[in-house]
Ligand binder design. Structure first.
Ligand SMILES: [Zn+2]
Length: 79
């Protein structure tokens, strides 16, 4: 092995302008680099794994809970 880049993962994003980083609040607007709908996840170019239930796994191992907008199951009010 001639590469010794162990530990620090180089940024995958080579877009111009660069996409939001994984610790940015806008991280979901990074571009897709891999999309696996049959497995229910996508990989963004900032290293974020985005699941189809809108949960996220950040490159540092942090898990973001799903935050899909509600509205499908409205509370029925008997008027
Ligand atoms: Zn990018």
């Amino acid at each position: 092995m001639k590469t010794t880049t162990k530990g620090k993962i180089p940024p995958m994003c080579q877009h111009q302008p660069p996409c939001p980083t994984a610790d940015s609040a806008d991280r979901e607007s990074a571009r897709l680099v891999a999309h696996h709908p049959e497995q229910g996840w996508s990989l963004l170019c900032n290293g974020v794994l985005l699941f189809e239930d809108t949960g996220e796994l950040l490159p540092d191992g942090q898990i973001i809970a799903p935050h899909r907008p509600l509205g499908a199951d409205k509370v029925m009010t008997a008027a």
